[in-house]
Design a protein around this ligand. Sequence first.
Ligand code: HEC
Ligand code: HEC
Ligand code: HEC
Ligand code: HEC
Ligand code: HEC
Length: 401
Amino acid sequence: MASRLAGILLVAGCPLMVAGATREPPWGEREQLTFIREHWKSPLSPQGEPPAAFAPLEASLGPESCGACHPAQFADWTGSIHAASMGPGVAGQLVEMHRSDPTQAQTCYGCHAPLAEQRPGHGGYDSGLTARGIVCASCHVRRWERFGPPRRDGSLESTAARASLPHNGVSRTPAFLRSEFCRDCHQFGPDGLALNGKLVQNTFEEWKASPAAAAGTQCQDCHMPDRRHLWRGIHDPETVKGALDFAVARDDQGITLIITNARGGHMLPTYVTPRLRVSGEMLDAAGEPVAGTRRESVIGRVVTLDLSRELQDSRLAPGRSARFRYDAARPGGGRVRLRVVVEPDHFYTRFFEAVLERGAGAGEAEISRALDATRRSVFTVYEHDAPLRDPRDVRAGRDPY
Ligand code: HEC
Ligand code: HEC
Ligand code: HEC
Ligand code: HEC
Ligand code: HEC
């Protein structure tokens, strides 16, 4: 009995012994999730006093300071949507909200400018830093300690004594490579706003149910490929194109465009704010649209401006297709222009228009700029002039396509 027990203990002890005393902590799944919970405990605590040995550059939370030694990440981040998260649309609303509903205003910072130093009324508040949005330190610095992913070879240890490295070196953890790291800002909690039984922000859960998650593909693998800090998504034509497959099917009565979310990692689009407009219209012999022949449908989750009702949810789950049918058998055949236009900020176009109509007070100028930006972000992701089957060919049993 005693010897059998010893045998079991020895086997059970093996993996721990192999892991070795030098690897600390052992970053199992549980430790990683605990790390993430602490790292994003909201609201974030102030950094406090920087270590006395820090030079001014190391003791700065400004993204330019990080950029002095990390120029590649800084260049990527500068053009990213995370860097623009305190743009005029958010700032313009906050100006008024600070007067009308200060409690609600505070909640916005949690996702749009999450450091304590970015929140009005908190110690070390720096309005300049607030305007910079989701800065490097939001994800990488807590109480002046730098956190980051494992090196690309998977190693975690410092190659030199930490005190000898800039900013006391780095605490590395595989938690940075997990989707959970992105969850808190891209997923409402179970009590968050829901319409028609579905949370208004549900990206993490959609991802968890996706084939991508089953294959181990994390948010970072798609949105930070090669560790780039670009976070491209619905605003980027190449990213949207890369996720979709298009196919055209012809029959005697018309034409069908089949749009498939072939490589996405969640609903396409995941939020209620973008929409895809799918259209078809006949072209005349000169290639000009024929008046009165345009038909249109929408892919998206359309909600009322006051977020009280869902009007439609035709988003594409990963692997799912939308079929756009254009009935147009005409004598002599002809061509149909099929088009898919992406409006990444559709909800905000309507929303900012309504805000301006009502009067945006001190935020007027900024909201106007934000409205312009939502109109400029529209792009065409697919366009194809498809010949219809000519009824004479159909009757004669010919298919020239
Ligand atoms: C004076 C130069 C300097 C400044 C300023 C600086 N860093 Fe670093 N950083 C380094 C060096 C050098 C390393 C590599 C340390 C090592 O080898 O362990 C590093 C490593 C890192 C890593 C780990 C990445 C990796 O290569 O694996 C992260 C994350 C990081 N820094 C974030 C930041 C952030 C965020 C800021 C600004 C708040 C910042 N750093 C400011 C020099 C700097
Ligand atoms: C749980 C995280 C979260 C909170 C809290 C949050 N937002 Fe956002 N916000 C997002 C995300 C993610 C997006 C991008 C997706 C989208 O457009 O729906 C966004 C987009 C926006 C946009 C459109 C983009 C832009 O820069 O113009 C505005 C405006 C905005 N939020 C305002 C607010 C305001 C005002 C509050 C507070 C009342 C707030 N948000 C609270 C996560 C959040
Ligand atoms: C929204 C969170 C977020 C922000 C903001 C952010 N990072 Fe990162 N950073 C990450 C994550 C996550 C990784 C690991 C990505 C991966 O391995 O796929 C990372 C990796 C890194 C690395 C290691 C890169 C490598 O090649 O090994 C450095 C250095 C770094 N970040 C610096 C910065 C700097 C500098 C800024 C600001 C200019 C910044 N980060 C902004 C989340 C962030
Ligand atoms: C501190 C909160 C926060 C964290 C952490 C965060 N995000 Fe975001 N993210 C936002 C907000 C807010 C926006 C919208 C900003 C805006 O439009 O004003 C956004 C926008 C985006 C977009 C939108 C791109 C588009 O085209 O609209 C992508 C993609 C994205 N984030 C991916 C990630 C990934 C991947 C991670 C984890 C590595 C992550 N985010 C972590 C808050 C966050
Ligand atoms: C398999 C690749 C893949 C994975 C995994 C993935 N995404 Fe995306 N994501 C995309 C593509 C492609 C788009 C652009 C099309 C779209 O909007 O769905 C996108 C768009 C977005 C957007 C833009 C807003 C919108 O309405 O679509 C956000 C925010 C976002 N992703 C966040 C995340 C987060 C957070 C995770 C992890 C929980 C994640 N993504 C996982 C591929 C991926």
